[in-house]
Design a protein around this ligand. Structure first.
Ligand SMILES: [Zn+2]
Ligand SMILES: [Zn+2]
Length: 170
């Protein structure tokens, strides 16, 4: 799921608010719009790709050449009135059914190193992509006493994006 960071209302504690982009849709960003590209090939779990279409929009300060551009993670989008938005394609950590590693193979938990069966509840690290159990008996992602993913520095929280414009100094 891709996210568009909007400038927050003035009474918000944060300067930016994440708004999930619709899964299969078009998102107007006057006078341009963002469109999701249809996934290609059979790859499952591949990230959605979005393009910006239309004139008047600047991407990282540069006007859209040819009126179209594939968006990259953390691109800054500026509308003609000077409002800035940020595009990210990172997902916050969430508990989901482990999809299996191709053809329904089990995976290995980054924390406890035992198998994760397809369908078992687990969390995919937004930082490095490694999976950890997150069940009642095996709360490996939110493991008590741990502060980060076993394999990278991503905080082992739920619902937290790896990057926000706030943290980047915007
Ligand atoms: Zn585990
Ligand atoms: Zn990680």
């Amino acid at each position: 799921m891709a996210t568009l960071w909007h400038p927050a209302l003035s009474d918000s504690p944060h300067a930016w608010e994440p708004v999930p982009l619709p899964a299969s849709d078009v998102f107007p960003l006057d006078p341009a719009e963002l469109r999701r590209l249809k996934p290609t090939g059979m790859a499952t779990g591949s990230r959605a790709r979005w393009i910006a279409i239309g004139s008047g929009l600047r991407v990282n300060g540069t006007p859209l050449s040819l009126g179209i551009r594939v968006l990259k993670n953390r691109d800054a989008l500026t509308t003609p009135d000077g409002t800035r938005f940020f595009f990210t394609d990172e997902e916050p950590a969430r508990i989901e059914a482990f999809p299996g590693l191709g053809e329904g193979k089990p995976g290995t938990c980054a924390r406890c190193r035992t198998a994760i069966a397809p369908g078992e509840l687990a969390v995919r690290c937004p930082g490095c992509g490694a999976w950890s159990h997150e069940t009642e008996n095996l709360p490996c992602w939110t493991y008590e006493g741990a502060v980060a993913c076993p394999l990278c520095s991503q905080p082992n929280l739920l619902g937290v994006c790896p990057w926000t414009p706030d943290e980047a100094g915007w």
